[in-house]
Design a protein around this ligand. Structure first.
Ligand code: GLU
Length: 467
């Protein structure tokens, strides 16, 4: 049997963290078993769905690298097929028209609530449809009355639901459009889905969907319901806990592999291993080790993982992502040092690519003003002499290399009998505008001779204006 999993988002917003984790687990399960991963867009709720959200979901999947083997399929393209299946259920006697009015159902509900009963349809039209002139009926599925449905959930274990707990679900609205549970069932059947991996907010739908599948004579897939993701305060993860959109994490300077690594550990573990390459995830992933209880989102851990990947990934790979961030600042990264070299000197200090981009801008564009405190301390009359001396020595350097520049700065300090800080700090502020930067020789090398000399001149001119 070929394993077939699917990710079935409703395009009513961006791809959020919970959705991405569901997608990742489904993707991993398919990859692990040499199966197929299907993307299905559940866009039947026309009012809440939008093309913008579809694009946002596709963009998120692409950025994460969760490539699908089939799809994207759109439910709105499949209405004819849903109609056909609804008709089949009617023909078989597994569905029926229901003419009960809204008011009638409302009253029934109120009565049941007053009697402290679970609100459910009483099956009035099941035996006999009470045709009402001028009223378009809904169509209900005839749920079995006896017996029970057992979900052998691959995460939660066996869950038994008595059929008498389940009422006759509406599968087509009065305008003829199919409802959510029907479309999911038809698609899972037609697409040959073998494993439904989804959030446990759908667990109440599962026995109903299983009954419809059985009525259609379809194979019932395996189910795995993933526990919720909570925010740091124990409430369900939502916007007020910070970013929940996957693309916001890109914008905030995370690498996709860091987010994937973070997501895989949200509710799944493999011993006490924390760092997983994609290959390792595929190798070790299984549904058996998915936690039964909810997991909490922890941004600090994600930042830690991000820094790990920034430090250990191929600098060329990190540079490709950094390039996007530099571009966001409307700076052309070809107007300065090779980004790969920038990554190498910055990666130790920068936990996100946003930090790295910000800390690297001065390589590409003139900074606007000196950082006040740093300038006050380091750009003094005395420093102007140091800068002048350095300018002379740098001017004659032909071979602008780190070791050479290092030697020059060191020899200069010795000649003037100054400690290194008295030389390096003014130089740093002069070329970068602030007193924090990578090693000064690495900074100057990347900056290049021309920009270094120009900035030293600028600093000397600035010091003159102070007097
Ligand atoms: N479209 C549903 C959602 O976005 C998922 C349905 C499913 O996975 O069965 O919540």
């Amino acid at each position: 049997m070929t394993i077939r999993t699917r990710f079935a988002p409703s395009p009513t917003g961006y791809l959020h963290i919970g959705g991405a984790r569901t997608a990742l687990f489904s993707w991993l399960y398919a990859r692990k078993h040499g199966g197929k991963f299907i993307l299905r867009i559940e866009d039947t709720d026309l009012e809440r769905s939008s093309q913008e959200s579809v694009n946002a979901i596709l963009e998120g999947m692409t950025w994460l690298g969760l490539e699908y083997d089939e799809g994207p399929f759109y439910q709105t393209h499949r209405f004819d097929r849903y109609k056909e299946v609804i008709q089949q259920l009617l023909n078989q006697g597994d569905a029926y028209y229901c003419y009960c009015s809204k008011e009638e159902l409302e009253q029934l509900r109120n009565e049941q609530m007053a009697n402290k009963e679970k609100p459910r349809y009483n099956g009035k039209c099941r035996q006999e449809s009470y045709f009402v002139e001028g009223q378009e009926p809904v169509i209900r599925f005839k749920n079995p009355e006896d017996g029970a449905v057992t979900i052998n959930d691959l995460v939660k274990g066996d869950i038994v639901v008595a059929n008498k707990e389940l009422d006759d679900l509406i599968i087509a609205r009065s305008d003829g459009t199919p409802t959510y549970n029907l479309t999911v069932v038809v698609d899972d059947m037609d697409m040959g889905v073998t494993h439904v991996i989804r959030g446990d907010d759908h667990i109440n739908n599962t026995p109903r969907q299983m009954n419809i599948l059985k009525a259609l004579g379809a194979n019932v897939p395996e189910y795995a319901h993933l526990p919720m993701i909570l925010g740091s305060d124990g409430a369900r993860l939502s916007k007020r806990h910070g970013a929940v959109s996957v693309m916001q994490y890109r914008d905030d300077g995370f690498l996709p592999e860091a987010l994937l690594n973070y997501l895989v550990r949200l509710g799944w573990s493999h011993g006490d291993q924390e760092i997983f390459s994609l290959d390792e995830m595929v190798e070790f992933f299984d549904l058996e080790q998915v936690n039964v209880s909810a997991s909490s989102f922890n941004r600090e851990k994600l930042v830690w993982l991000n820094h790990h990947y920034i430090m250990t990934s191929d600098p060329a790979h990190v540079a490709r992502h950094l390039s996007w961030h530099i571009g966001q600042k409307e700076i052309d990264p070809t107007d300065g040092p090779d980004l790969v070299e920038v990554v190498k000197v910055q990666r130790e200090r920068c936990k996100t690519l946003v930090e790295m981009a910000e800390a690297s801008l001065y390589f590409y564009k003139e900074f606007e003003a000196y950082e006040e405190k740093a300038a006050k301390k380091n750009l003094t009359t005395e420093a102007a002499l140091v800068l002048q001396g350095l300018h002379e020595r740098f001017s004659s350097v032909e071979d602008w290399r780190s070791d050479k520049l290092h030697q020059i700065v060191q020899a200069f300090a010795e000649d003037r009998q100054l400690n290194l800080g008295k030389v390096a700090q003014p130089l740093r502020v002069a070329v970068m505008g602030s007193s924090v930067s990578p090693a000064i020789d690495a900074t100057l090398t990347l900056l290049g001779k021309q920009k270094t000399l120009a900035r030293i001149e600028r600093a000397i001119a600035y010091i003159k204006t102070l007097n």
